[in-house]
Design a protein around this ligand. Sequence first.
Ligand code: FAD
Length: 386
Amino acid sequence: MATSAASGAAGELSEEQEAFRRVVAAFADEVVAPAVDGYVAEGRFPVELVRQMGELGLFGLPFPEEYGGLGGDYLTFCLAIEEIGRVDQSLGITLEAGVGLGAAPIAEFGTDAQRQRYLPRLCRGEALAGFGLTEAGGGSDVMGGTRTRAVRDGDEWVIDGSKQFITNSGTELTELVTVTALTGGGELTAIIVPTDTPGFGVSPPYRKVGWHASDTRELTFDGVRVPVENTLGEVGQGLRQFLKTLDDGRIAISALAVGLIQGCVDECVRYAKEREAFGRPIGANQAIAFKIADLEVAAQTARQMYRYACRRKQAGLPYKREASIAKLYSSEAAVTAAREATQIFGGMGFTTETRVGRFYQDAKILEIGEGTSEVQRLLIGRDLGL
Ligand SMILES: Cc1cc2nc3c(=O)[nH]c(=O)nc-3n(C[C@H](O)[C@H](O)[C@H](O)COP(=O)(O)OP(=O)(O)OC[C@H]3O[C@@H](n4cnc5c(N)ncnc54)[C@H](O)[C@@H]3O)c2cc1C
């Protein structure tokens, strides 16, 4: 159970937030943990678990009730990601991307008609949406790397191009992808593309180093026609929209990283007490206890960082720098935590039968997705006036 996660949370969450966190923690331990190994081993998208998460309301957590959401705050959504991520990162990123990249841009920037049309199914987890920004030409330099074009033809956009590494874009639940494309004078516009539109192509899943049970695909657009009313908000707002989407996403990725670090702490405490070498538990050696103490320091520090960024966001204060700091620190701490936890598990740590072995595979992408560590440092430096 999430004993140490609970102690990390004590006293700083509202009763409602803490109650919800406990519900998700129990779901993660009792439902996700026993089922997820099979999906990860087979590299299969865990559609049944995703549906159950939908029934719990997780995909609608931060959205208004009028659109089928739970009307929760962003911190509660991050608590859910942390708790799912503590047990399995593939499912954690599926939730993070489903809400943060799939539904949130529609909730935040969409017209009321778009919200009415798409959000209820997304909130219930009956449908998933992706957000297609990255292309083969570049993910960090989006403006320089975007080649996908949308040309106006009467009342329609005609989209040609491709996108790389798009999460949740090819699952059996996926119904739409919001894609950024160059329009008119070279500005970026986000357009909602239903996945059953002719000319929309989905590659087989990538063979990834980690996140084995999450869905990541390359997408192609070959004369894809959608009505102009599928424009997300207004023409030319794509850059502003994705920058805001990524600021929020970085807080959520930080929460996912904290889940991984906490999972390492929990697993290592258990294993260090059970596993014996030279006639005593390995945890009786300071060399092991100190490693675990450092993991706990990282979990608590990173947790405070994402919660601080959340609170600033919720209070209407600037939070861009804090979101980048949280993402940068916790993703790098997660990579270290996964490496140290694997070491503590010895040979067993190098098998994907152990949670820490899977975390070792899953951790690296946290330093890359939704803005690399270099990009976070660039943003923090820029915010400091450099
Ligand atoms: C599993 C997975 C899921 C993903 N999901 C999505 C998704 O749903 N939607 C989406 O749009 N994208 C998604 N991505 C893409 C991801 O966001 C990009 O991979 C990431 O932003 C980096 O872009 P890139 O891969 O093009 O690397 P590049 O931009 O080519 O960068 C290569 C290296 O150069 C460094 N670099 C670049 N510019 C600078 C600079 N100015 N100073 C210093 N260093 C620099 C980078 O930090 C990196 O180390 C996903 C990627 C993966 C692997």
